[in-house]
Design a protein around this ligand. Structure first.
Ligand SMILES: Cc1ncc(COP(=O)(O)O)c(C=O)c1O
Length: 306
């Protein structure tokens, strides 16, 4: 997601030009990762843009702040308005939206208490994250030698910047080994998640995914996939997932706001199923896209027109 440096940014309640939304090098979050963020997508819809699951994302942002003790000055409702105002101001039809809140300039030292909390919303134009081809052909993924954070170290349910050093280690190692992404295990050696996406296995027509206890982010795309699968009459189970289930899967896919639903065609260089996208993954992708783009009715009220 390359930054082109144009448009407007919502910055502590006001829309300002891109070049004016800056921070000082002494900003607390730069030193101690005292920051919480969200990632949403806006999809072309009619002649405008519809934001996918706006309310759920802003709810998770408020909850993340609660978990990491970041006193947010804005309500869930105000954050929703801020996102819509930023999308409208930039006029993109297909975009990635990044609201975030962080401890700003005030004091240097671990204790953040005397640093103000700044809040911003950035919007950039954005299409397919792993590329259009990946959505059809799938990606090659490797198991990471890095584990996700133990539950009593960093809270995985908070989408906090601190957790993303772990994600960076996972994706950098994966890329160095020739993979597109990595999947990490949790402290107990069970499947957790990708560097920026949740994991699903299809086995004999059933959808399986690691449960919340496996140090995962409670993905909003994950929840949407579970809903779409149940709508289609499929059984879905959240479970403690042994690593070898990935090697035995009929189908395997990653899902997240940026990744959407991306098939995994090989894991640790072993082909998944037939080595190409499976029928259930394709069905879920098609259903997800049809709802997001408005070609099928928004039966779960997931879209908010900007
Ligand atoms: C570590 C991690 N897990 C899972 C997800 C998927 O979450 P969502 O579907 O809400 O984007 C993300 C996406 O940002 C992520 O960064």
């Amino acid at each position: 997601m390359k930054l082109v440096g144009q448009g407007s940014i919502w910055w502590n309640g006001k829309l300002v030009p891109w070049s004016e939304a800056n921070v000082h090098v002494a900003t607390h979050a730069l030193h101690y990762a005292s920051s919480v963020f969200e990632g949403l997508r806006g999809y072309p819809n009619g002649d405008g843009c519809a934001v996918f699951r706006l309310r759920e994302h802003m709810h998770r942002m408020v909850q993340s702040c609660r978990i990491v003790n970041l006193p947010l000055a804005w309500s869930e409702e105000q954050l929703c308005e801020a996102v819509l105002a930023t999308v409208r101001a930039n006029g993109y039809r297909s975009c990635y939206i990044r609201p975030f809140a962080f401890r700003g300039y005030g004091q240097l030292g671990v204790d953040p208490t005397h640093c103000p909390v700044d809040t911003a919303v950035i919007v950039i134009e954005h299409g397919a994250h792993f590329g259009v081809e990946a959505a059809e052909k799938g990606i090659d993924v490797g198991m990471s030698s890095w584990r996700r954070m133990a539950p009593d170290t960093l809270p995985a349910m908070a989408k906090s910047a601190a957790n993303y050093l772990n994600s960076q280690l996972v994706i950098l190692e994966a890329k160095a080994n020739g993979f597109t992404d990595g999947i990490a295990l949790d402290l107990n050696g069970h499947v957790s998640e990708g560097s920026g996406a949740n994991v699903f296995v299809v086995e004999r027509g059933m959808l399986l995914t690691p449960s919340l206890g496996s140090s995962i982010l409670q993905g909003i795309t994950r929840a949407s996939v579970i809903q779409l699968a149940r709508d289609a009459g499929l059984e879905v189970r959240e479970m403690v997932m042994p690593r070898e289930m990935l090697y035995c899967a009929d189908e395997l896919f990653l899902c997240g706001t940026a990744a959407e639903i991306t098939p995994v065609r090989s894991i640790d260089r072993k082909p998944v199923g037939s080595g190409s996208r499976g029928p259930i993954t394709a069905m879920l992708q098609a259903e997800f896209r049809a709802i997001a783009s408005g070609t099928k009715p928004d039966r779960h009220s997931w879209l908010t027109r900007a």
